[in-house]
Design a protein around this ligand. Sequence first.
Ligand code: CAA
Length: 240
Amino acid sequence: MRRTALVTGGTRGLGKAICISLQAAGHQVAAVYHKNTDAARTFAEASSIPVFRWDVADFEACRTGIAQVERELGPVDILVNNAGISSDTVLHRMTPEQWWRVINTNLGSMFNMSRNVVEGMRERGFGRIVNISSVNGQKGQFGQTNYAAAKAGILGFTKALALEGARKNVTVNAITPGYCDTDMVAAVPNEVMQAIIASIPIGRLGTPADIGRMVAFLADDDAGFITGATIAVNGGQYMA
Ligand code: CAA
């Protein structure tokens, strides 16, 4: 069935591929972006997917942004909480600003976005929420106490909300992508990157489409018996 999907961080990287996969599955898709207007414009022109601009770390911005999307496109049936940032450094050099910016964007956004769609999903008796965590939320990563904490937090959030939504046909799942070919991963120092690729049994980085396909699968009407799951898409790098 054709549903309406909203993807945060949807104009670049993993989010862009997620939007394309959901569109290919026949859904009406909208993408949220924050800062990179040029990338958003290019994406919107190439895909015909409408883009909306707000900061997912800001509850009020999410409330008014989602209301606008729903006025223009109808109720959100599928929410993909994908937007995320990193600010890597060892804890003994991390500033409070680095800590809170990553926590508020990557974990705070789970509340800010989900809170503003979940009541409608419950009333309509259908909802799919897919949260993008990370392999580093499962295994930890040197230089990422902030990011790993937020990504691990997403897993608990997912399981608790899955329990609350189950009776209303609102499923909530998390994907833990491994290292994929995105701008975020490209920023990792080359030496570190070589070691990381060597630690991936499949022997390559993931592609954004690898993640997009899994999101589209979980978002499908037929995936209704899958909820509260943590699904690894990481080339075998970490087997929880
Ligand atoms: N394990 C143990 N020790 C390590 C280490 C590791 N993984 N990485 C670095 N070190 C050690 C170094 O050997 C060095 O030790 P010495 O001083 O004794 O030589 C010390 O730590 C400092 O290392 P650096 O010089 O690299 O320190 P830095 O402050 O310049 O950089 C860093 C530290 C920012 C963490 C950098 O190493 C880095 O960027 N690492 C990559 C982090 C990473 O993987 N981020 C993932 C981004 S992608 C993403 O997040 C998407 C996703 O979900 C998968």
